[in-house]
Each structure stands twice: as structure tokens, then as C-alpha cells.
Design a protein around this ligand. Structure first.
Ligand SMILES: N[C@H](CCC[C@H](N)C(=O)O)C(=O)O
Length: 298
């Protein structure tokens, strides 16, 4: 696959290269750039190019740091296939660490605007002034089928059976900023995450597609999750997916209100408060800073 030149102009000056940071949250990896460095370019096109793991930098998604009139800052998120993700749980932890440590928003409590609404972030800073962990108020998920959205005549889509070729799969779908479908299994099998995940992602009952989470309940305070992501495929973690998995497991009385979650790339802790709001606590890591050469021909 050959990519043509990517030409970027900022204030009529052609951009030779873009500064970026590579980060990850539980192994879900991202490229972070600042809008002021790339104003005017089609972010979906840029995401596809820079996220490519052979012809680009390589990542599950691209995050763009943008000004916000109403809140501290705005996060725009794009999956590696170039599609827009209204929210990204692992991404917003990395984003918050980025804006704090790069002195863009030097506050321990940050309001981040996203296409899925504003998110409240609480940073824990270590003795070296670095962000040690991040608590995200993910808000209250929407369980009405029409909000996810799911094409069905049912009010909600919890514990419903769908057909995948000759397979019948019991699923539950909610909106956690982005559409999520959860499948409870006795044991997570990576082959099923790839094969069944890919088919459910684009199942015709999901007009905006869906992320697909495979969940193993270990006990009422500990689960394992493996996710096939909408617009990115199999990832090592999915923050909104982990929150969706815990919330549905709680709805079905499989877990309590505080759950530790292991994912292939790391771990998170999820809390549900008395108002059904979901909180996600986890870490975020810088991998490297770099310069993306725009004019190189891939
Ligand atoms: N693929 C998702 C967005 C990224 C979600 C995931 N990376 C997370 O940590 O929540 C979607 O388009 O619905």
C-alpha cells in the first residue's frame, strides 16, 4: 500500500514535519498531536497514515489536542482506520497526562471536552511532578437500545441472542460514549475475539457498528476483558469497553460496585457510584516524542 504525499499548510507555510508523542494506556497505544501544529488538515486522513504500523508511526488511534471555549481543553479522537471515536477511555488518561506534563493545562482536576460530552479528570501527581494515575468520571452509560444504537423493537438490548452465521451469541449492548457489546464467556479465547468480534462489529443491527468485549468473570471483584475495537480491530485494552463490561456485569449481578479488571495489556479499576456513574482509574505512559515527516512518500 503506497501513501501519497501528505501536504500540510499552517498559515500558508507548508509543514515539513509534525511533533508528536507516542503514548499507551494498558497497551492501547496512541499518537498525540496539537491542533495548532496541523490546523486545517483532515484528521481522519492523518490518523490513517500515522497509525499505520508499517508505513506510519503505528498506533490504535490518534488524539488531537484542541482549544475549548467552555472547558479546559478538547480531545478529538480518531481510530486507526480513520473513523471518528466520540470517546476513548484509555486515550483520555493518556491525553490528560500529556496536557499536564506538557504544561498545556497545569491542573490536577481537568475538564476535557469530547464528542461524548465533557469528562471530569482527577490526576494523582508523584513526587517528581509526573502523573502517577488518572481517575476519569466516564459518566452514566445509556442502556436504551435506541441510544446505542441497536436496530430492535426492544427497549434495551441486554442478554439478547443474535445470529452470527451458524452461531447464536448472547450479547448485551450499551452506549459508554461509544457503542459497546459485551459477551460473557467461561474462558476468553483470542481466536473468538478476532473471528466473532470482527463479525459483530459490523453486524447489521448496529447502524454505527460496535466495539465487542469478551468478558470472563473471575469473582465479584475481578474480571478479565479482551476487546475487538470498532475502527481499530483487536487491541490490548479498551477503556470504554472495560467500563461497559463492568457496568453490564453489575446490572446482571455478576459483580459488586468496585471491580479490578485485567486486560491483555495491563489493568484498571472500575467503580460505580450510587448514581450509576462509572469511574475508571488507571495509568498512562509516554513511549516517545518524535517528528512525523509529512513530505516523505511512503
Ligand atoms: N474504537 C472506539 C474508540 C476508542 C475506544 C477505546 N480505545 C477506549 O479506550 O475506550 C470506537 O470507535 O468506538
Amino acid at each position: 500500500m503506497q501513501f501519497a504525499h501528505i501536504t500540510i499548510f499552517v498559515k500558508n507555510k507548508e509543514v515539513e514535519m509534525i511533533n508528536f508523542s507516542k503514548m499507551h494506556g494498558a497497551g492501547n497505544d496512541f499518537i498525540v498531536v496539537r491542533a495548532e501544529d496541523i490546523n486545517g488538515i483532515d484528521y481522519c486522513v492523518l490518523a490513517k497514515k500515522v497509525c499505520d504500523r508499517h508505513f506510519g508511526i503505528g498506533a490504535d488511534g490518534l488524539m488531537v489536542v484542541e482549544e475549548s471555549e467552555k472547558y479546559d481543553i478538547k480531545m478529538s479522537y480518531y481510530n486507526s482506520d480513520g473513523s471518528v471515536g466520540e470517546m476513548c477511555g484509555n486515550g483520555i488518561r493518556c491525553f490528560s497526562k500529556f496536557v499536564y506534563e506538557k504544561n498545556i493545562v497545569k491542573k490536577e482536576n481537568i475538564l476535557v471536552d469530547t464528542l461524548a460530552g465533557v469528562k471530569k479528570i482527577e490526576l494523582t501527581i508523584d513526587g517528581n511532578g509526573k502523573v502517577e494515575k488518572i481517575l476519569v468520571d466516564m459518566g452514566k452509560p445509556e442502556i436504551k437500545a435506541k441510544a446505542v444504537p441497536v436496530i430492535t423493537d426492544k427497549e434495551t438490548f441486554i442478554n439478547e441472542v443474535i445470529k452470527i452465521e451458524d452461531l447464536s451469541v448472547k450479547v448485551s449492548s450499551i452506549l459508554m460514549g461509544v457503542p459497546h457489546t459485551v459477551i460473557f464467556v467461561d474462558e476468553i479465547k483470542e481466536k473468538e475475539v478476532y473471528e466473532i468480534g470482527a463479525k459483530i462489529e459490523k453486524h447489521n443491527i448496529y447502524p454505527q457498528n460496535t466495539n465487542v468485549n469478551f468478558v470472563e468473570i473471575v469473582n465479584r471483584g475481578f474480571i478479565k476483558v479482551d476487546t475487538w475495537e470498532r475502527g481499530a480491530g483487536k487491541t490490548l485494552a479498551c477503556g470504554t469497553g472495560v467500563c461497559s463490561s463492568v457496568y453490564i456485569a453489575y446490572l446482571l449481578n455478576h459483580v459488586d460496585k468496585r471491580v479490578n479488571v485485567n486486560v491483555p495489556g495491563g489493568k484498571m479499576t472500575i467503580y460505580i457510584n450510587n448514581d450509576d456513574e462509572v469511574f475508571m482509574e488507571g495509568t498512562a505512559n509516554f513511549i516517545c516524542d518524535g517528528k512525523f515527516f509529512c513530505k516523505e512518500n511512503y
